[in-house]
Ligand binder design. Structure first.
Ligand SMILES: *Cc1c(COP(=O)(O)O)cnc(C)c1O
Ligand code: SF4
Length: 352
């Protein structure tokens, strides 16, 4: 008789679990409990395996282990940093740009990133769309022929079961004016076992392509299982892009960025956006200045392959949209003070 497989190690969700694994100092627990009461904690076994507990600057640990500095909430930080709320015509949809919408079927993630710009909305208790809400969201898309692309995000949509993923992708493929489904996810690196044959099959729509945008910030996130999961997607014909967040103490140097983008390209992922840190609550210790980010982008240009160059992007607070942080969109007006031109030509002051 076959023996039961060994139980898979569990995701760590409590500060005391982190301490048991040597990932939190007992003296810090009271403060970390306070952090965890505000912002959800989850570290998958795959990420625990990649953390070197002896390295105080471990870039994987910094992204997932709660930190007392998250209790420092600044006046300029916002609950809805990129202003999704005013662009939500029905629950689960964000329609800010004419030709594309976000569809957020779930608000949970396999990991909770300490810098998350949706940290006020994501978490294990946050509700997913129920059947009627999903019907209404899909009806909104079907009723708006200007929409060409649907971007599944959340939360992390790849925590859906393959059956539910296939159902959503299938329903989107039935809408004749759609040309593309895009999925923003961290799953292939943080929880690679979810990318099984059923999930790969679920992602492939019958009519229109599905592109997968992997959110990853450091080459150290690419473990052996993660690389294999990415290969399963790309081998199946699913094109992949990379999205990263620029973060102090994680990836804010030319060497780390170069190696991170080269790692993406080696895994057949084209670096797409490098996002400037959003004004999410309790994330000031991660934010670089715009000037620092621009200098890093200049440092990449020239001696690093053009394939390894993402666009450095600011999502202008207040829902004004994303723009590249290049001279044509930026006017310096003082030390750390800018006027940013939004996609519709509006002038927006930005400090940072
Ligand atoms: C970021 C975002 C998109 C995608 O923008 P791209 O520039 O196409 O990557 C779409 N809709 C909303 C509301 C967004 O915030
Ligand atoms: S996976 Fe994305 S949505 Fe989820 S916590 Fe991380 S950054 Fe936020």
């Amino acid at each position: 008789m076959p023996r039961d497989p060994a139980p898979r190690p569990k995701t760590l969700r409590h500060v005391r679990d982190l301490a048991d694994h040597g990932l939190a100092a007992p003296a810090d627990l009271p403060q970390l409990e306070q952090v965890a009461a505000q912002f959800a904690v989850a570290v998958t076994p795959s990420m625990v395996d990649l953390i070197d507990p002896t390295d105080p600057n471990d870039p994987v640990a910094r992204q997932f282990l709660p930190d007392a500095r998250e209790l420092d909430i600044r006046d300029e930080e916002l609950a809805d940093p990129i202003g999704d709320d005013p662009f939500t015509p029905v629950k689960g949809i964000v329609h800010r740009y004419k030709d594309r919408v976000l569809l957020k079927p779930v608000h949970a993630c396999p990991v909770y990133c300490r810098f998350c710009f949706r940290r006020e909305m994501v978490g294990p208790g946050s509700d997913a769309l129920n059947a009627e809400e999903l019907d209404a969201a899909i009806a909104y898309i079907a009723g708006n022929p200007e929409i060409w692309e649907v971007i599944l995000t959340g939360g992390d949509p790849m925590i859906l079961s393959p059956r539910r993923m296939a159902e959503i992708i299938g329903r989107l493929n039935d809408i004749p004016h759609l040309g593309l489904v895009r999925i923003h996810t961290r799953v292939p690196v943080v929880d690679p076992a979810r990318v099984d044959a059923d999930m790969v099959a679920a992602l492939k729509g019958p009519r229109i392509p599905t592109w997968v945008v992997l959110h990853s910030n450091h080459w150290r996130e690419f473990g052996e299982e993660g690389r294999a999961a990415i290969a399963r997607l790309v081998d199946a014909g699913i094109p992949m892009l990379g999205q990263s967040v620029l973060m102090r103490g994680v990836n804010d140097d030319v060497e780390t960025l170069t190696r991170t983008f080269r790692t993406m390209i080696s895994n057949r992922i084209k670096p797409y956006h490098l996002n400037h840190g959003d004004l999410a609550k309790g994330t000031s210790h991660f934010r670089t200045t715009v000037a620092e980010g621009r200098a890093l982008m200049k440092g990449l240009r020239g001696d690093v392959s053009g394939l390894c160059q993402p666009t450095y992007i600011l999502d202008i607070p207040g829902g004004h949209g994303k723009v590249p942080l290049t001279d044509s969109y930026l006017t310096p007006v003082g030390e750390g003070e800018w006027i940013v031109e939004d996609p519709r030509g509006g002038k927006r002051p930005y400090r940072g």
